[in-house]
Design a protein. Structure first.
Length: 411
C-alpha cells in the first residue's frame, strides 16, 4: 500500500512552554557569576524605583506636619510705606506687637529691621586680643520677634517689653557667634561692642524654629536701636506673626487694619502658601529627580543584559546550529534567548523590589517614622524588571534566529 500525501507530511517541531522555561532557567544557572553581574543593573534600577516611591510616600506625612506647624502658621507683614515711602521711614507703631496680639488666633508677633548703621565689626572687648571682632549684622527686634521665632536658649534669657520700652543696652546672640567671640558663660555678664557701644549679652540662642538667619545676627531691642541709630533707612521694617493652625489667612487679611486703620496701605501682608500645594511641589520634584536616577539604572541594566545575551549567542553558535539541525525553528531560538533575558530581568526585579522595601523599612525605623509602601509599586516593580530584560534580549534573540545551521556547525 502506497503512503498517502498526509503520511508523507513531516510533523512540525514544537517547543512547549514548560521546556522553554526550563531551558531559560538552565541558561541562567549555567553561568551564575555572569548572571549575577548582568542582573545587578536591573536590581539597582528596580530597587531605586521602589525605595524612592516608598520613601517619598513615607516622608509625605512628615512634610505635612512640618508645613502645618511652621509654614502654615507664619504670616509676614512688610512695611511698604504707601505711595510715598520716603516720607514714612517706619510705619509700624510703637505698640505694633500688642495690636496684632489682640487679634484672635495670634500667638506672638514682633517687628524687626536690620540696623545698617551698627552692622559691621562686633567685638567682645574694646581693646586687646579680641578687638578684631566678627563681621555680623545687627537686627533691631521687638520682644515679640523672639517669641514668634521660638528660640532654644543655651544660656540666659531673651529681652522683653521692659528692655524695649526703656531702651536697655542688652543683646541676644547665637551660639556660634558667642563661641567665636570667646563668650562661654553669662555669669560674668559679658558684653559685645556695637559701634563702640557696649551691650550686655543676656542670652545665647542655639536654635530657632522660625527665621534661622537670626542665629547669625546680634539682636538688640527695637527701642534701643531707634534711640541710638534712629529709624530704618535702606531696609524697611518687617513683622513676623506666629498664628494658630488655620488662622493665618484671616490674620493676614486683618493685620494692616489692626496696625493702622487710617493707612492700611502702608503694609503688605504675606500669607503662608497652601501647605498641600507646597508639599505636592516638593514631592513631585523628589519623584522626578530620583525616578530619573532609577531610569538610568534600568537603562544600564538593560545594556548589561543585552551585552551578556549577545555574547552568549556568539559563544553558543554551535549549540544553536545543532538545535536548528534537529528541527528547531527560528522562532524557537528567539523564544529561548528572549526567555533567558526576561528571566534575568525578572530575577533582578524581584531582588531589587526586596532591597527597595528593606531600604524603606530601615530608613523609617531609623527615623522613627511610619513606613508607607504602595502595594501597586511592589507589584509593578518585578514586572518592570521583566520588561527590561525582555526588551534587552530582542536584538540578541533576533541575531540568534538568523544563524544558519550549516554555517553554525562549521564553526
Amino acid at each position: 500500500m502506497r503512503p498517502t500525501r498526509r503520511d508523507r507530511v513531516v510533523e512540525p517541531s514544537r517547543f512547549p512552554l514548560r521546556d522553554l522555561l526550563s531551558e531559560a532557567l538552565a541558561g541562567v544557572l549555567q553561568r551564575p557569576a555572569r548572571s549575577t553581574l548582568t542582573g545587578l543593573g536591573t536590581v539597582l534600577g528596580v530597587g531605586t524605583f521602589v525605595a524612592i516611591l516608598g520613601l517619598t510616600a513615607t516622608t509625605s506625612s512628615q512634610i505635612d506636619s512640618r508645613f502645618s506647624v511652621l509654614s502654615a502658621t507664619e504670616v509676614s507683614v512688610e512695611d511698604v510705606g504707601g505711595t510715598r515711602p520716603e516720607l514714612v521711614p517706619l510705619a509700624f507703631p510703637a505698640d505694633a506687637d500688642a495690636r496684632i496680639q489682640r487679634l484672635n488666633g495670634v500667638e506672638a508677633a514682633g517687628v524687626y529691621w536690620p540696623v545698617s548703621q551698627a552692622s559691621g565689626t562686633v567685638r567682645s572687648a574694646p581693646v586687646g586680643r579680641q578687638a578684631g571682632g566678627e563681621q555680623v549684622s545687627v537686627v533691631a527686634a521687638s520682644a515679640g520677634v523672639l517669641a514668634a521665632a521660638e528660640p532654644h536658649l543655651a544660656q540666659g534669657r531673651t529681652f522683653d517689653g521692659w528692655h524695649d520700652s526703656t531702651a536697655r543696652r542688652v543683646a541676644v546672640i547665637g551660639a556660634a557667634l558667642a563661641s567665636r567671640l570667646g563668650i562661654t558663660t553669662l555669669d560674668t555678664q559679658p558684653a559685645v561692642f556695637l559701634d563702640n557701644r557696649p551691650f550686655t549679652v543676656i542670652g545665647i540662642v542655639d536654635d530657632v524654629k522660625r527665621k534661622p538667619d537670626l542665629l547669625l545676627s546680634v539682636l538688640v531691642p527695637r527701642g534701643t536701636a531707634a534711640q541710638l541709630w534712629g529709624e530704618p533707612e535702606r531696609d524697611r521694617a518687617k513683622m513676623i506673626i506666629s498664628t494658630r493652625i488655620g488662622a493665618a489667612q484671616q490674620i493676614a487679611a486683618e493685620a494692616p487694619l489692626a496696625l493702622d486703620p487710617a493707612h492700611p496701605e502702608y503694609f503688605k501682608p504675606v500669607p503662608p502658601p497652601d501647605p498641600r500645594t507646597l508639599r505636592s511641589n516638593v514631592t513631585s520634584d523628589l519623584n522626578q529627580l530620583f525616578l530619573l536616577l532609577a531610569g538610568i539604572c534600568l537603562v544600564i541594566g538593560a545594556v548589561g543584559i543585552a551585552n551578556t545575551t549577545l555574547v552568549a549567542v556568539l559563544e553558543r553558535t554551535g549549540e544553536i546550529g545543532l538545535r536548528r539541525a534537529l528541527g528547531a525553528r527560528g522562532r524557537h531560538i528567539t523564544g529561548q534567548f528572549l526567555s533567558e533575558s526576561a528571566s534575568l530581568g525578572l530575577i533582578g526585579g524581584l531582588v531589587g523590589t526586596s532591597l527597595g522595601v528593606l531600604t524603606v523599612l530601615g530608613v523609617a525605623l531609623a527615623r522613627e517614622w511610619t513606613p508607607v509602601v504602595d502595594p501597586a509599586t511592589v507589584a509593578a516593580a518585578p514586572v518592570i524588571g521583566l520588561l527590561t530584560g525582555l526588551l534587552a534580549g530582542v536584538y540578541p534573540a533576533w541575531r540568534a534566529a538568523r544563524i544558519q545551521p550549516a554555517e553554525a556547525l562549521r564553526r
